[in-house]
Design a protein around this ligand. Structure first.
Ligand code: NDP
Length: 315
């Protein structure tokens, strides 16, 4: 049962770089955007330590502080930022139709345009030691955290394109990268596998899984297990990169919006348009390839411009 209904021009769900950038542009275009942040205010960047690759921060910045800057900028132009989770949608297929989004199962927002920036969540293995040491040497993003392991030894877990890409990226920075692959082959594309094979400081261990991350407050090593011989070995590393894929946060859009086989929203051509008029998608929720803060921010800007043009054309 809903207890509030509110009609607005532009609703943004998700508060990562895509959502806040969409908010900045939408507010400046006088769309009076309302943003619902989701449970993790600030998104994935608030789980990393330092951000060194976002332009405009020559000395790097802290992920949480950076998202606070994004929020302040969005609010400066009048975005109303609210804490809450979109739990249900009822989208209109009509051009100029109203999209209804339920927040926290109680509030219904009726919006002329909807910008979806709900992001993606990195998958973890679920080991107790892995969870405990996230931020203490366990990471799911080599481009975010790899630099901190310069000249050190690290392991990467996974066997897809992400794992191959992260391993080769880390090999440029680290002394040695050990890639743990649970099967006797890699799922990554042949081209990516060749890159891994050609990189002399990457060692691939097949049929090998992570058994435990060793260390109390920081990573001191890992215990790996060969899943055929059941033999265990300790590998001395300071960093553990989990690269077993991401899950786009698109549960509530299943059966409604077009998505690919892994759940990423499909957008039209170079635009942020979904298959529903007035509904736009930006950031990692529609991008499994680049997944950077700066690319997410770029598509957030596009989503706001697409919303503005869509509303303009209705007049
Ligand atoms: P994928 O789902 O393709 O691969 C995940 C990998 O993680 C698999 O090899 C899987 O192993 C392994 N894995 C899953 N669970 C575990 C576990 N519990 N223990 C050990 N290993 C595990 O995810 P990616 O993120 O690699 O790629 C997602 C999509 O994005 C793909 O379509 C990919 O092609 C694309 N991509 C493209 C890039 C590019 O073009 N530059 C870069 C990165 C991603 P198993 O094989 O045994 O199932």
């Amino acid at each position: 049962m809903s207890d509030t209904i509110e009609r607005i021009k532009c609703l943004i769900i998700g508060s990562g770089p895509a959502g806040y950038t969409a908010a900045i542009y939408a507010a400046r275009a006088d769309l009076k955007p309302v943003m619902y942040t989701g449970m993790q205010m600030g998104g994935q960047l608030t789980t990393t330590t330092e951000v060194d690759n976002y332009p405009g921060y020559p000395n790097g910045t802290d992920g949480t502080a950076m998202m606070e800057d994004f929020k302040n900028q969005a609010e400066r132009f009048g975005t109303e930022v609210r804490f809450g989770l979109a739990t249900k949608v009822d989208l209109s297929k009509e051009v100029g139709g109203i999209h209804k989004v339920t927040i926290d199962e109680t509030t219904i927002i009726e919006a002329e345009t909807l910008i979806i920036s709900t992001g993606a969540t990195a998958k973890y293995l679920g080991l107790e030691s892995e969870q405990r040491l996230i931020g203490g040497g366990v990471s799911a993003c080599a481009t975010c955290d790899g630099f901190f392991y310069k000249g050190q030894d690290v392991v990467v877990i996974g066997a897809g394109d992400t794992a191959a890409e992260e391993a080769t990226y880390l090999a440029n920075i680290c002394r040695k990268v050990t890639l743990l692959v649970r099967k006797d082959y890699m799922r990554a594309s042949k081209a990516m596998q060749h890159r891994v094979e050609k990189t002399s400081n990457i060692e691939v261990k097949f049929n090998t899984e992570l058994d435990e991350v060793i260390g109390n407050n920081v990573v001191e090593g890992v215990r790996a297990i060969n899943n055929i011989t059941k033999e265990k070995e300790v590998i001395d590393v300071t960093g553990v990169f989990i690269a077993i894929g991401h899950k786009p946060n698109t549960e509530i859009f299943k059966g409604v919006l077009d998505m690919d086989e892994t759940g990423y929203l499909i957008t039209e051509g170079k635009s942020t348009k979904t298959n529903f008029p007035g509904v736009f998608a930006s950031g990692d929720v529609q991008d499994k390839e680049y997944r950077q803060a700066v690319t997410a921010a770029g598509t957030g800007c596009m989503a706001a411009l697409d919303s503005e043009r869509y509303l303009g054309a209705l007049k």
